[in-house]
Design a protein around this ligand. Sequence first.
Ligand code: PMP
Length: 415
Amino acid sequence: MSELAVEKSVYDADAVRAQFPILHREVHGKPLVYLDNAASTQKPQVVIDALDDYYSRLNANVHRGVHRLSQEATDAYEYGRKAVGRLLGVDDDRQIVFTRGTTEAINLVAMSWGMANLGEGDEIVLSGMEHHSNIVPWQLVAQAKGAVIKVLPIGDDGAIVPGAAEDIIGPRTKLLGITHVSNALGTINPVRELADLAHAQGAVVLVDGAQAAPHVAIDVDALGADFYAISGHKIYAPTGIGALYGKAELLEAMPPWQGGGEMIRSVSFEKTTYAPIPAKFEAGTPHIAGAVGLGAAIDWLLDLGLDAVAAHEDALLAYATEQLLALPGVRIIGTAPHKAGVASFVVDGAHPHDIGTFLDMAGVAIRTGHHCAQPVMTHFGIPATARASFAAYNTRSDVDALIKALGRVIEVFAR
Ligand code: PMP
């Protein structure tokens, strides 16, 4: 995007930034420039306050108590569920199950739906850019059930090879597992198109929304998602809380995957019956404070406006990409036409880990490594990338600080 277009935007990133206490600290005596948002975002004061308020005024166990605190804690917890529904375009909040995050949400589907519905020779189709959390749970089920994993290949731009899905998704496909946005490459996948192909074969579609939720307005029906998984900590909420959206008829037909309190209707040693959804999938005392913080974070993000946030981040990504490419020896990994939030790159002659360490000394936090997407690294024939990823509070000055520090790294390695 041109400089003019960025300046024209009314989005006030400095005002957003001012709401994040941690962004005012220094690292190695330098102002913190936080560009590791795809790994985890920082928390605004309203979320920190919501946690403080929960523990200061409301703390009690949910659902079981008749006393006032338990009822208020339950209301606050259930408010979080409604907020997730608003984020994902879901009215019936029985379809929102709280989990520890995306990883647990996918494991829930694999262990419950997968174990019950997959058999010998059934095919699970995944893309070549999946995070390990959308590969390994399916391998576990495939091994147990004799199912087969098929992979939608990615091309050198980091997008799924056009036409591949038509060949690979077929009558044996029982599940399509696809990331909405790739954490390693930034690619936004054509989820609806892929979901239509899968549904035409009678398959179920699970979407990994870990990286999409902070950047893209989501409507699970419009996307054609039967399951959609998110992590709170990537959308300005606490760690240890996330959610799974599942279509009611699927969740209702699925067996529980963890047993314990909260998930039962009645228990005897002879026979146990289960609670209705979503409680059937929420065994034990949940992360109540996390759900409260998630509700506050979603309210905050939706107030800011996901479209405005997305436009701001797109502009930053375009600016960062242009600036990175102007540096000698820099190659961007992931150049798909539709991208969100992520600039992954390698530099000739410099290992990504060395780049990360040098940048840290300049106060610039980026991530280096395989980003839990080793098949992506294998595809590009590299061990790792350096990755700068953007959030609602990042500014052009953050990008300038990254580029300046990286310029010095390149000078050192070029010597
Ligand atoms: N999928 C994607 C695309 C991710 O980026 C991540 C987190 N890096 C995950 C899944 C796993 O999320 P979590 O660790 O919060 O469960």
